[in-house]
Design a protein around this ligand. Structure first.
Ligand code: NAP
Ligand code: F7E
Length: 327
């Protein structure tokens, strides 16, 4: 039975990846942060077989201890401060967790592997946010990185450190440069879920309006369930490498509003939507669209769920969740 350790297991991707690995017969260990973490209940419901170990990416000794217990064949480093807007307000924390946390995990992994570096494979959750002020359209593995937020800068550090451990120590360490991916498990602070929850609540008469920031930014949005499959495929390759994972389609926040309101039969959403500078960012990433042809050719990966289907399924899930809360 292969053994996997996932950091960030209580997050959106951690939950989908746990389900995937359990379905493939893995023994799954998850690093959970904090005392009495409220998200642990969801993990226990979704994937009760996961063995929980407590630790923190900023505490190297906790990572060393966890690796000694879990004895993993594969490590998926998904833990991060992941909300871009928050990263300006808490730049040092973001740097410690999202940036230095990667180095902590790589170093703990190197110590765990000892003389047998080939006994373990490492996945780093890199991000399209690293492309920032984009230098190519679409963005691919060779595109120059130009991050625009403290989060993006921290991810660039983690990305290059992962490559450095591969080149310095021969570690099987791969970096997935994942574009935005969403689901009904997405945190409510991210724009897709903020919109689909609000649309469901407006439809049910629980809310009158929705306040957003920049409606012109464009993102390449895919389904998280498809993207965790790509993570697993990367670690099954004989040689570690970096891969862009994306749909190749881009949509604005306005397109997102079109799709979400259409799912509840509303064509004219303008009367429900307000804008507030509070939700604008000090520096914006205007356009993201990825070229995932390397992943398609080498990993045989392609997304199954398209944009309209994704937003519809999120609205439907929020309608069910919100009506259950009021009944
Ligand atoms: P998420 O839902 O925000 O989950 C983040 C996870 O990190 C949570 O489990 C959180 O645990 C954990 N975490 C935060 N601080 C930690 C710390 N100090 N030590 C250990 N764990 C900590 O993020 P996601 O959407 O699943 O994304 C997974 C990873 O992919 C992240 O690294 C993210 O930056 C990256 N990524 C995401 C996307 C996307 O579109 N979703 C795209 C590219 C890259 P708590 O329970 O303690 O909060
Ligand atoms: O913003 C605009 C906002 O917060 C998307 C993370 O998973 O993907 C995610 O980062 C866009 C931005 O995601 C609101 O200005 C407008 O242009 O949903 P988001 P993100 O910043 O793209 C990357 C790949 C990651 O790696 C990250 O971890 O939407 N926007 N109005 C808004 N965004 C939010 N959150 N709230 C608004 O009211």
């Amino acid at each position: 039975m292969p053994r996997a350790l996932i950091t960030g297991i209580t997050g959106q991707d951690g939950l989908y990846l746990s389900e995937l690995l359990l379905s493939k017969g893995y023994e799954v260990f998850g690093l959970v942060r904090g005392q009495n973490n409220p998200k642990l209940d969801v993990l226990r419901r979704v994937a009760p077989e996961v063995q929980v170990l407590t630790g923190d990416l900023t505490d190297v000794s906790s990572l060393v201890r966890i690796l000694a217990v879990a004895q993993p064949d594969e490590i998926y480093n998904l833990g991060a401060v992941s909300f871009v807007a928050y990263s300006w307000e808490n730049a040092a924390l973001t740097t410690d967790v999202t940036g230095k946390g990667v180095l902590n995990m790589l170093e703990a992994t190197r110590l765990y592997a000892g003389d047998d570096i080939e006994k373990v494979r490492f996945y780093q959750a890199s991000s399209s946010e690293m492309f920032g002020k984009v230098q190519d359209v679409p963005q691919r593995e060779s595109t120059l990185l130009w991050p625009r937020s403290p989060y993006g800068v921290a991810k660039v550090f983690g990305h290059y450190m992962t490559i450095n451990y591969r080149e310095s120590y021969g570690m099987h360490a791969s970096s997935g440069i994942l574009f935005n991916h969403e689901s009904p498990r997405r945190g409510p602070e991210f724009v897709t879920r903020k919109v689909t929850m609000a649309v469901a609540r407006i439809k049910l008469g629980l809310q009158d309006s929705l306040t957003l920031g920049n409606l012109d930014a464009k993102r390449d949005w895919g389904f998280a369930g498809d993207y965790v499959e790509a993570m697993w495929r990367m670690l099954q390759q004989p040689v570690a490498d970096d891969y862009v994972i994306a749909t190749g389609e881009t949509h604005s926040i306005r397109d997102l509003l079109d799709a979400a309101f259409k799912a509840v039969g509303v064509d004219d959403w303008a009367r429900y939507v307000e804008q507030d500078p509070r939700f604008m960012r000090p520096a914006e990433v205007d356009l993201l669209v990825g070229d995932a042809s390397k992943a398609r050719e080498v990993l045989g990966w392609k997304p199954a769920v398209g944009f309209d289907e994704l937003i519809k399924l999120m609205v439907e899930a929020d309608l069910a969740e919100q009506s259950a809360l009021v009944h």
